[in-house]
Design a protein around this ligand. Structure first.
Ligand code: VGL
Ligand code: ZN
Length: 236
């Protein structure tokens, strides 16, 4: 298949940080390190923009089980996130082990990633009051236009504006974890009008194979295309 025109592709590498990788990460994704080599291969392709995102939490982040009363356990407990201005909008979210705390080694990109090929880094999850899986915006800002400088804050990243400035048409999403931040970022990319692709060798789910399968289905239902590294759509 020949590439669609216009075709201005960007690569978004989600949260490829030490804490999401075995064996020593605080919140390791099974086989998480397997995505690194395919992603380094993708970095060799002529994307107009190559961005890495960082989960970048303050120590008091709401998603850490340790910041909740005893009895709350990572992976199984949930918490309620109230919207600061609208009490009718409440979000339930999973609690996690402490991970990706700002300026700690666990929050650094994995050293094997070919970082010299990146054009930029986007930080997410900096507001302690709310979970932010999507690299575009958190739930408090859902419905706003994240490329609008007026709506920019710690909870809307620069990602949307950066993609717009470069005239990007296609967003290729890879990284960790497939069932959380990759999925949310890819679904938002569709919502903001991008043809959106997830390269399957470049992503893995926290929930292992079940998570890979379920998130593939969910993303496809939302209009994300899942492709393989060797498919025409990637090796254009
Ligand atoms: C993520 C859980 C908590 C992710 C981030 O990057 O997918 N998952 N924080
Ligand atoms: Zn996180």
């Amino acid at each position: 298949m020949s590439p669609p025109t216009p075709f201005v592709p960007a690569l978004v590498i989600v949260d490829l940080q030490n804490d999401f990788c075995p064996p020593n990460g605080a919140l390791p994704v099974p086989s998480g390190r397997d995505v690194i080599a395919p992603i380094n291969k993708l970095l060799q392709l002529p994307f107009v923009l190559k961005i890495a995102t960082l989960d970048w939490h303050p120590p008091n982040h709401i998603s850490f089980a340790d910041n909740h009363p005893p009895g709350n356990a990572p992976f199984t407990s949930e918490t309620i996130i109230p919207h600061p201005e609208n009490p009718d909008r409440i979000y339930k979210t999973t609690l996690w082990p402490v991970h990706c705390v700002q300026n700690t080694p666990g929050a650094e990109l994995v050293s094997e990633l070919d970082q010299s090929l990146l054009d930029g880094v986007v930080k997410k999850g900096q507001d302690p009051r709310v979970e932010m899986y999507s690299a575009f915006t958190d739930p408090f800002h859902e419905g706003q236009q994240p490329w609008d400088p007026e709506s920019n804050s710690v909870c809307t990243s620069d990602l949307a504006r950066t993609l717009k400035e470069k005239g990007v048409t296609d967003v290729y999403v890879v990284g960790l974890a497939m069932d959380y931040c990759v999925k949310s970022t890819a679904i938002h990319a569709v919502k903001y009008g991008y043809r959106t692709w997830v390269v399957k060798e470049g992503t893995k789910a926290v929930a292992g194979d079940d998570g890979n399968r379920d998130s593939t289905r969910e993303m496809e239902e939302e209009g994300v295309k899942i492709v393989g590294l060797e498919s025409d759509e990637v090796a254009w």
